[in-house]
Design a protein around this ligand. Structure first.
Ligand SMILES: O=C(O)CCC(=O)C(=O)O
Ligand SMILES: [Fe+2]
Length: 331
């Protein structure tokens, strides 16, 4: 990817920070993964249609039991309830996507920090970044197990895209090999703060400012009743029309990221999304979400079937995206 391409991406992002308008005209498809092997051709059609359109879809019967998802949210709440002094011992290393941050993520679209704290888990870089067993018993073991379950679901979905793109079915599983020290897929626990009165009507306050994800595929776990996620499809997004995604504790909300858009010669669409703050009549308490970002291993070369972009390693690709973000912020 050239620097100009990165900058062009960023200019689009900078235009996306306003409130825009809301529309209910669009639909986020719900895709049933049950009986996956037998129904794979049918599921692949549904995934492809969603990913080449709105870029978002919700998976049901995805194979991760509700009790496991509930436990993930319970343990996330326990983590964020730890004393600040404990969490401060696990600071985020941005280049490694590992550790805890508090109010530090600034999206180029809005220029204000997301109203959240988050904890990122990237397998090869967690040494010294786990709370001690006495502080939060069973946390490390559970979180790593949950990360593996997410990986499995993500690879199942990516194998469908591989079939359609002309790769072999295991192509993306090899590209996201968790046994490699080059692995860079990330599980993130997020706690969006209860909305304080004084921020309720302040323009430019976002739980997550408008952005596209850098990865191949994002799996997002949300809770019933904790809404706010909105999507604006279309790379240019000139109309600035946003559609709310209804949260569900039973579904995994998925979206395509920039890396897979590039890998698919722009056929699969990485679309803008954001998390708005609650409106006047809405629940203003804390909101928790858990995204898993399937991001190809650092040493994997991203080479699209039609050759729209020159080959680039996943590490270099991300470095350019991150650098472009910093350049923008410094201006
Ligand atoms: O919390 C959410 O609903 C969305 C989070 C998100 O888009 C992200 O972390 O990239
Ligand atoms: Fe996102």
């Amino acid at each position: 990817m050239t620097a100009e391409y990165s900058l062009q991406e960023l200019k689009k992002e900078a235009r996306m920070g306003g409130p825009g308008i809301e529309t209910t005209d669009r639909h986020v498809p719900v895709i049933d993964l049950s009986d996956f092997e037998a129904r794979k051709p049918e599921i692949t059609e549904e995934l492809w249609a969603a990913a080449t359109g709105i870029g978002f879809f919700q998976l049901v019967n995805h194979g991760i039991e509700r009790a496991t998802v509930d436990r993930a949210f319970a343990i996330a709440e326990e983590f964020f309830a730890l004393p600040t002094a404990v969490k401060e011992r696990l600071p985020l290393d941005k280049s490694l996507n590992a550790g805890w941050e508090f109010l530090t993520q600034v999206r180029p679209s809005v220029g204000t920090p997301d109203q959240k704290e988050s904890y990122q888990v990237t397998r090869p870089h967690m040494e010294g970044r786990w709370p001690a067993e006495e502080e939060l018993a069973g946390f490390r073991e559970f979180v790593l197990g949950f990360e593996s379950r997410c990986w499995e679901v993500a690879m199942r979905v990516l194998s469908c895209f591989a079939d359609r793109l002309g790769f072999d079915s295991d192509f993306f599983a090899r590209a996201h090999d968790p046994a490699s020290d080059q692995y860079q897929s990330t599980l993130r626990l997020i706690h969006y703060f209860a909305l304080p009165e004084e921020l309720r009507d302040r323009p430019g306050t976002w739980r997550a400012g408008a952005h596209t994800d850098f990865d191949c595929l994002t799996l997002l776990f949300q809770r019933d009743g904790q809404g706010g996620l909105q999507v604006c499809p279309g790379r240019d997004a000139d109309a600035q029309e946003w559609t709310s995604v209804t949260p569900s504790s039973d579904a995994i909300t998925c979206n395509i990221g920039d890396m897979l858009m590039r890998w698919s010669d722009d056929r699969l669409l990485s679309n803008f999304h954001r998390v708005r703050v609650p409106g006047a009549d809405e629940y203003t308490g804390p909101r928790y979400s858990i995204p898993f970002f399937a991001q190809a291993n650092r040493d994997v070369v991203i080479e699209s079937p039609l050759g729209t972009y020159p080959p680039i390693t996943a590490a270099e690709y991300l470095r350019e995206r991150v650098n472009a973000n910093y350049a923008h912020r410094a201006m």
